[in-house]
Write a protein that binds this ligand. Structure first.
Ligand SMILES: Nc1ncnc2c1ncn2[C@@H]1O[C@H](COP(=O)(O)OP(=O)(O)OP(=O)(O)O)[C@@H](O)[C@H]1O
Ligand code: NI
Length: 310
């Protein structure tokens, strides 16, 4: 097996929040996130709103707010990734396409922002021109300021900026909303191209169909924990190859499978049951599930955090 370029092990995030007066209460929002990124692969991270997808990205890049406390370990190329190292490689070796397009510098023209990312100074102009055409942007978009862009256009600019960088790891947080069908295809193709060049891509998305189209593996997050890491092929109509009851439910909810919604909803971090965070909604839970958080373990070529998975 290939050594992962980025490994997140038992990541936890707790925010200390000021409540009445000067009292601080810790709010544990991420419990146990575990993922591995491998060069040449695309890992999609799926999970409902609030499951911790964007926080994972912020934790990797070292851009969490000051009141966040991290636990667990991260390794980049086998070396422990501390805050200083994160700052050193951010934007160079690990590049983020953020969820919010407010990330673009409002005071700088779009073309200039793309140009900064291009390592090879010769041919900059051509590279930008090519990207602009590829994503169907008007040619004069390079002279726009970010406020003059629509949401979809801004997203394409962010994508273009990340694509021309020389990074080893690309993290894209919800890259697809606001894209038309043709651009979506182009983006997914570009991600595949990056992976085929030997880079690693982490794609955070709500769009299960897009994830299944291009990812090699799918990590399923729920309430701040990784419940399963499955191979894309495991998501077939029967769902028999999937390992976790939540992943199977997600699979059944796909329009092309049965469109069966999942009952109940993900609880807020401070309301989670003891033990397995999914146990309050689970069809196969037993008393045992409430005792402790299950470990993420290998089952049939994937990983699952469920004591009943076989
Ligand atoms: N600065 C913060 N202080 C306190 N709680 C926070 C903070 N940022 C995020 N959270 C909480 O952490 C949890 C995970 O948030 P996160 O943004 O990672 O979710 P997400 O999976 O990216 O959701 P979405 O799909 O909506 O983007 C949520 O419950 C959120 O309310
Ligand atoms: Ni998010």
């Amino acid at each position: 097996m290939k050594e992962p370029i980025l490994r997140i092990h038992h990541l936890g995030i707790t925010f200390s929040q000021y409540t009445k007066g000067l009292r601080r209460t810790p709010l544990n929002v991420i419990n146990q996130l575990d993922i591995e990124l491998v060069e040449g692969e695309i890992l999609a991270v799926v999970g409902s709103s609030g499951s911790g997808k964007s926080l994972l990205a912020s934790a990797i890049l070292g851009i969490l707010p000051g009141n966040a406390k991290l636990t667990g370990d991260m390794y980049y190329r086998g070396q422990r990734l501390d805050q200083k190292e994160k700052e050193r490689i951010r934007g160079r070796e690990i590049v983020l396409i953020p969820q919010s397009v407010n990330y673009l510098d409002p005071l700088q023209k779009v073309g200039k922002q793309i140009a900064i990312s291009i390592k090879n100074k010769n041919g900059r102009h051509e590279t930008i021109k090519e990207l602009v055409q590829r994503y169907g942007l008007q040619e004069d978009v390079v002279n726009y300021y970010p406020f003059q862009l629509s949401g979809g256009m801004a997203r394409k600019v962010l994508l273009a900026t990340a694509l021309v960088s020389d990074s080893k790891v690309l993290i894209a947080d919800e890259p697809t909303p606001g894209l038309d069908e043709a651009s979506l295809k182009e983006v997914l193709k570009d991600f595949r191209g990056l992976a085929d060049e030997g880079r690693a891509v982490l794609m955070i998305t709500h769009d299960m169909e897009a994830a299944l189209k291009i990812a090699d593996k799918i990590a399923v997050f729920y309430a701040g924990t990784t419940l399963e890491v499955a191979n894309t092929e495991d998501f077939n109509d029967s769902g028999d190859l999937l390992r976790h009851p939540y992943t199977r439910a997600l699979n059944r909810a796909r329009p092309t499978v049965r469109f069966a919604p999942i009952e109940g909803s993900q609880l807020y971090p401070n309301q989670l049951p003891e033990g397995c965070p999914f146990s309050d909604r689970c069809e196969i839970k037993t008393g045992e599930c409430r005792k402790q958080m299950p470990e993420l373990r290998e089952v049939r070529g994937g990983k699952v955090r469920c004591i009943h998975a076989t």
